[in-house]
Design a protein around this ligand. Structure first.
Ligand SMILES: [Cu+2]
Length: 165
């Protein structure tokens, strides 16, 4: 009789724990508390595209605050299923883009993805990006976990033609 009573209490505790967990798992917001801590990502943004263009690039700063190296292997986004890491290089006086299979963020180092250098290339973009909107990207690493970062949508050029009346 006593044993049965304990079992009933246990199962009701487990049931209420389960209902507390559910809303957290369904939340779409990036919760930094749940992310691994080796890499710190800051200043993340993605450029708007000129009309008709289906390719754009995102930029961010990644710092490795741990004592072991991290390799970024891939990136995912709700916007497209094809994202590549690229590097700009001067070859015979021309600017060329080269795809990087992975990007090393060495222990204690910071890598800046910026125009003219490392960038994250988004292909097959079907949705227009609006200046000021927010989206997100997730970076997958070899041994440092996955990191989601909010991407601020920024216009490449601010229109100036309208100023001349
Ligand atoms: Cu590129």
């Amino acid at each position: 009789m006593k044993r049965l009573f304990v079992l009933v209490i246990l199962s009701s505790v487990m049931a209420s724990a389960g209902s507390l967990m559910a809303p957290k798992l369904m939340a779409q917001v990036i919760d930094e508390q749940l992310q691994p801590t080796s890499l710190k990502i800051s200043g993340a943004y993605i450029r708007t595209m000129p009309p008709g263009q289906k390719v754009t690039a995102a930029f961010l700063t990644v710092s490795n605050v741990e004592e072991s190296d991290c390799q970024i292997l891939s990136a995912t986004s709700p916007l497209t299923n094809r994202i590549e890491f690229h590097q700009h290089q001067h070859v015979d006086g021309l600017m060329r883009m080269r795809q990087m299979k992975s990007v090393l963020i060495a222990a204690g180092e910071t890598v800046v993805f910026k125009p003219g250098a490392f960038h994250i290339m988004f292909f097959n973009m079907d949705n227009m990006l609006m200046d000021g909107d927010k989206t997100e990207v997730t970076l997958q690493t070899d041994q440092c976990g996955d990191y989601s970062a909010e991407l601020e949508v920024r216009s490449l050029v601010k229109p100036t033609i309208m100023d001349h009346h």
